[in-house]
Write a protein that binds this ligand. Structure first.
Ligand code: COA
Length: 277
């Protein structure tokens, strides 16, 4: 198990048995680095066989090696999720190797800070193509190839700001609002197939490219770097939320977008009060 735990003094053991996903196969896009890699690791540590996919072969190779050294079953397929044929190839490679696909984590995304007027037409399009169309492409391919027949789970990694106004993120916020919408629509249409579809909206998490890149903006969102729980969460905090949703513990939950942000998003005044007793 990973040694990572964010809450000071928090037990590092998983609260789930390590075989809950035995015989299950999980596809994690953007699984070569960051949050995606940690989600892959967490699902693998609970028995899932993994396929990680992203554009960067070097990252995928290194991540797969790392996971295999940890005793996990992992394969990788390079793919740009904007390209339906490449997405279909990832899904069919996974099906060829394992004969099934049960869990889809739409984690791959693109981001850069830019004001509305500083974005080029193509810059806006690139992010909508990756974040929204990419999520759709993977969802559709996985549904057709396996989920439709066998049921399963989809978790979309969303963002914390698209329901508000946020500077420098017009392109990402628009795309993620679409992802949230797609989450709900797919939950409604796929429910009869035994497929649950949910989304996680992580705040700025420790040791991620997102936090490094948006440290100042995140501090603003999180009220000077704080939140009601008083610490910045870890990648494992997000992975654990995914784990819960795709486990039987989440059996009656579908079509929801869950913030995993230490309460930052609901802390209206961000006063960083100490305990009030
Ligand atoms: N500011 C403004 N525009 C930017 C930009 C920035 N920092 N980065 C990219 N763009 C624009 C490009 O100029 C281009 O538009 P143009 O053709 O009008 O010049 C458009 O976005 C596409 O960029 P490009 O890098 O050519 O496309 P890509 O498809 O190869 O990659 C990203 C798009 C978003 C993946 C790429 O910018 C990237 O690597 N970002 C960092 C990685 C990342 O997103 N990680 C997630 C962190 S949370």
């Amino acid at each position: 198990m990973s040694e990572e735990a964010s809450e000071p003094g928090l037990e590092k053991r998983s609260v789930f048995h390590d075989d809950i996903f035995e015989d299950r196969v999980a596809l994690i896009t953007g699984g070569g680095t960051g949050l995606g890699l940690e989600i892959a690791r967490t699902l693998g540590e609970h028995g899932a066989r993994l396929c990680i996919a992203s554009r960067k072969t070097d990252n995928l190779e290194a991540a797969c090696r790392e996971l295999e050294e940890e005793g996990l079953d992992c394969m990788w397929v390079a793919c740009d999720i904007r390209e339906p044929e490449q997405v279909e190839n990832v899904v069919s490679e996974t099906m060829n190797r394992h004969g099934r696909l049960d869990i889809v984590i739409n984690n791959a995304a693109g981001n850069f800070p830019a004001p509305v007027t500083g974005l080029s037409y193509n810059g806006f399009k690139a992010i909508v193509d990756i974040d929204l169309r990419g999520t759709y492409n993977v969802t559709k391919a996985a549904f057709e190839a396996s989920l439709k027949k066998n049921g399963g789970h989809i978790v979309n990694i969303s963002a914390p700001f698209q329901n508000q106004g946020v500077s420098l993120q017009a392109h990402v916020a628009a795309a993620k609002a679409g992802v949230d919408s797609l989450t709900r629509t797919c939950a409604v249409e796929f429910g009869p197939y035994g497929i649950r579809v949910n989304a996680i909206a992580p705040g700025g998490m420790e040791d991620t490219e997102g936090l490094a890149r948006f440290a100042d903006a995140q501090k603003e969102i999180q009220g000077g770097g704080s939140n009601p729980l008083g610490y910045i969460g870890s990648k494992r905090d997000v992975a654990n939320a995914v784990l819960f949703l795709v486990s039987d513990a989440g059996s009656y939950i579908t079509g929801q977008v869950f913030a995993v942000d230490g309460g930052a998003g609901i802390d209206m005044l961000k006063m960083n009060l100490p305990r009030v007793d």
